[in-house]
Design a protein around this ligand. Structure first.
Ligand code: NAP
Length: 282
């Protein structure tokens, strides 16, 4: 039985369920099963990408769940390589995603990384056109720094609703967050569990014990304690699905939030593009 609709955050025309299932490194039948189980359990938001090479499995999981397409929010992303570094190939790449996902539309289509070889003056108008044609309901970006977003906004005639970036207790994103808030763009937290690092941190463990929950739930609750943020924890383990979803019910005190805020450090970033290193904002 599916749970009642959970909280959403709004940007532009997008109403985005605050917690989604990440699927990077979910593969094969495990991916099919975890997507299916998540939707049946009440997840209303799934995140994938062409670069994860699992859109077919995500599509099969959606089908296996029996949950109708209008009941959840689906995001995919186009990697610069997936358009062969030629902006006009963006439309073909997006259509390939829809075919693999076996759906007529996604709710959110993101440019996965900025890349100097693919000018935003061409990709952003093409992305906007995909929204106007109904292939995606909303558009956004990922791994964009402030300068990238300022440039993207010059060419966008529909709202950019999210910037999906690395965010967890150990990374500084304050400058970027303030900029995004001022531009009405949600910060979508990827690697929200710091890829497992939150589990072994003493402060995270202490706060988790106090609330009788897990450090994973504390990390997610801390991210969601700010109304300008959403999060997409990944699990391929069905046993972790419910706990991660239940994090939306955990209420942290101002003191908990302050303690977790203090964990950010300059070298806390975990994800690097193999051959492209943007200048990150704090
Ligand atoms: P993450 O969500 O921070 O951490 C995932 C790790 O935590 C996995 O090893 C998972 O293992 C484990 N885990 C999850 N829930 C757990 C729990 N309750 N207890 C114990 N272990 C748990 O890392 P991520 O996959 O890097 O980020 C999440 C999603 O963000 C990705 O899947 C992807 O959708 C997106 N992402 C986007 C970008 C981008 O460039 N836009 C980059 C990275 C990630 P199990 O599977 O065994 O549970």
């Amino acid at each position: 039985m599916r749970a009642k609709t959970y909280n959403i955050r709004t940007a532009g025309q997008a109403n985005i369920p605050v917690l989604g299932l990440g699927t990077w490194q979910s593969t094969g039948q495990d991916c099919v099963d975890v997507v299916s189980q998540a939707l049946k359990m009440g997840y209303e938001h799934i995140d994938t990408a062409q670069a994860y090479d699992n859109e077919k499995e995500v599509g099969q999981g959606i089908k296996q769940s029996g949950v109708s397409r209008d009941k959840f929010f689906l995001t995919t992303k186009i990697f610069p390589d997936d358009m062969k570094f030629e902006p006009e190939k963006l439309v073909a790449a997006a259509k390939r995603s829809l075919e693999d996902l076996d759906t007529d539309y996604v709710d959110l289509l993101l440019l996965h990384w900025p890349d100097d070889r693919v000018p935003l003056s061409e990709t952003i108008p093409a992305l906007c056109e995909l929204q106007k044609q109904g292939l995606t309901r909303n558009i956004g970006v990922s791994n964009f720094n402030i300068a990238n977003i300022i440039e993207a906004e010059k060419y966008a005639d529909v709202p950019i609703v999210v910037n999906q970036v690395e965010f967890h207790p150990f990374i500084k994103q304050k400058t970027l967050q303030t900029f995004l808030n001022n531009h009405h763009i949600l910060l979508e937290a990827y690697s929200p569990l710091a890829r497992g690092d939150v589990f072994d941190n003493d402060i995270m463990k202490e706060i988790a014990d106090k609330h009788n929950v897990t450090p994973a739930q504390i990390s997610l609750a801390w991210i969601l304690s700010d109304k300008h943020r959403i999060a997409i924890p990944k699990t391929s383990n069905p046993d972790h699905l419910q706990g991660n979803l239940d994090a939306i019910k955990v209420q942290l005190s101002a003191d908990d939030i302050k303690k977790i805020d203090s964990l950010a450090r300059a070298d806390g970033r975990k994800i690097k593009h193999p051959d492209y290193s943007p200048e990150w904002d704090d």
